[in-house]
Design a protein around this ligand. Structure first.
Ligand SMILES: NC(=O)c1ccc[n+]([C@@H]2O[C@H](COP(=O)([O-])OP(=O)(O)OC[C@H]3O[C@@H](n4cnc5c(N)ncnc54)[C@H](OP(=O)(O)O)[C@@H]3O)[C@@H](O)[C@H]2O)c1
Length: 280
């Protein structure tokens, strides 16, 4: 796997392959390969996506699954790890980020990481400028190609971008509701790509997608297209800066995610989606 360009606006996320107790590496590899075969080229990993005691599990899994796929880009993250079943830690100081980057280089078997994020900016006492400066030093040493920041505010985006060239912001974005409008506007203004994670995950208060997006659901029915696919397409249509990271436990879901990017989008769908999200 090499550091090819970021292509495509749907990425496959890896958290589910490594965090759950009933994980199955062979099944995960089949899903990752199916996503690649369906056209997905960007993959999202992290040190934190791990069984306890195996911090590189997810990166090693992606490496195995994508061996020989030279145009695949595996983005990964550090400064955040799993110390116990329900014990997640954050340390974004320079020493920690440096050793996490070295581990990821080894796990992925590359000389340079194509995209590396500070995973949890918001929970940390270390200012974002300091963490991004560390990643920029590693970028100058040739260990990182592009710098990312995750779980950030608009103010942190501004501060990070003033410190170093930031290529990507990764925050939660939902197909159901408007989130982080300020972060999106700031990233768009600064020419930074936004990777929205968990786009389909339900809030406990609104578990049912069709009742959250009734107008879009009616059109999905009329047109015989899955609502999830239209909802992902609608979120992509809402800003050219947005890409989405989808999770898939099943091959069919990975293929569905890939199909969202190429799905037709028109003004009728756009109006329905905007009205469902309270934007019109
Ligand atoms: N930076 C961060 O702090 C952070 C935090 C959370 C997540 N992430 C990243 O985001 C990735 C995705 O997160 P997520 O798993 O919460 O995302 P998600 O895609 O919103 O939710 C995944 C769930 O939705 C289902 N699903 C996905 N696409 C579907 C479709 N087209 N039709 C029907 N069902 C669909 C999946 O089904 P099946 O399992 O049945 O296939 C799975 O149960 C993670 O793996 C990780 O890479 C990053």
């Amino acid at each position: 796997v090499t550091g090819a360009d970021l292509t495509g606006r749907i990425a496959l996320g890896g958290a589910g392959f490594s965090i759950t107790a009933d994980r199955d590496d062979d099944a995960a590899i089949a899903v990752i390969r199916a996503a690649y075969d369906a056209g997905i080229r960007t993959f999202d990993s992290a040190r934190a996506y791990a069984p306890v005691g195996e911090p590189l599990h997810n990166e090693l899994l992606f490496r195995r699954a994508l061996a020989g796929c030279d145009d695949a880009v595996i983005g990964t993250k550090g400064g955040h790890w799993r110390a116990g079943t329900d014990d997640w830690r954050v340390d974004n100081r320079a020493a920690r980020l440096r050793s996490d980057v070295d581990d990821s280089l080894r796990a992925l078997g590359v000389d340079r990481l194509p995209l590396y994020y500070v995973h949890r900016v918001d929970l940390d006492a270390v200012h974002v400028e300091e963490s991004v400066q560390t990643l920029d030093d590693l970028r100058r040493q040739g260990k990182i190609d592009r710098i990312g920041i995750s779980n950030v505010t608009a103010e942190q985006v501004r501060a990070a971008a003033a410190t170093a060239p930031v290529a990507a912001v990764q925050n939660r974005l939902s197909v159901r509701e408007v989130r982080d409008a300020e972060v999106l506007a700031e990233a768009e203004r600064l020419g930074i790509a936004v990777f929205g994670y968990s786009p389909l995950r339900a809030a406990p208060s609104a578990p049912d997608l069709a009742s959250a997006l009734p107008r879009l659901a009616a059109l999905a029915d009329d047109r015989g297209v899955p609502l999830e696919r239209l909802a992902l397409r609608g979120l992509l249509a809402s800003s050219p800066s947005i890409s989405l990271i989808v999770g898939a436990g099943r091959i069919v879901t990975a293929r569905e995610g890939a199909a969202a990017e190429g799905e037709a989008w028109d003004s009728e769908l756009d109006a329905a989606y905007a009205a469902d999200r309270g934007l019109s």
